[in-house]
Design a protein around this ligand. Structure first.
Ligand code: DQA
Length: 143
């Protein structure tokens, strides 16, 4: 079984981008960590990143046919995107919203998530471990 791990805008800059907030690991490091963990619990990971909102919408639709769940770090689209909210509602597999940083301890505009009401649950604040916790949640939701 496959889990889609979808990453939104600016996450391609991980490692170089505000390392005090997001850490030193690159997105390739995060993918390697996800692949290793998922392999250990009998899951495959399809790991993707885009800076374009529509790609994330299309990938959520694609996941509905190809995956048993989605771990979604939508980046700043989390706080703005009705389209991602609707895409999550349009599919029948569980979506776990995740963030590296604790968005609730940051700027006010990050406290609101447009996608959380459509998601199965939300994980934030554990750095790259947030991805692992999301995979673990999807494993127990779907087994
Ligand atoms: C983020 C938090 C968002 O507020 C921000 O826009 C990001 C990254 C996180 O992983 O902590 O791009 O989703």
């Amino acid at each position: 079984a496959t889990i889609f791990v979808l990453n939104g805008p600016n996450l391609n800059m991980l490692g170089k981008r505000e390392p005090g907030i997001y850490g030193a690991d690159t997105l390739a490091d995060v993918e390697a960590k996800c692949q290793a963990y998922a392999g250990g619990i009998g899951l495959g990971v399809d790991f993707r990143q885009s800076n374009h909102e529509g790609d994330l919408v299309s990938w959520l639709h694609e996941a509905n046919d190809k995956a048993i769940g989605v771990a979604l770090n939508a980046g700043a689209y989390t706080h703005t995107s009705y389209a991602l909210h609707d895409a999550i509602r349009a599919i029948s597999i569980p979506v776990v919203e995740l963030h590296l940083s604790n968005v609730h301890a940051r700027e006010h505009f990050r406290h609101k998530s447009m996608i959380a009401p459509a998601a199965k649950g939300v994980i934030c604040g554990f750095g790259t471990d947030s991805y692992i916790l999301a995979l673990q949640a999807l494993k127990s939701l779907t087994q």
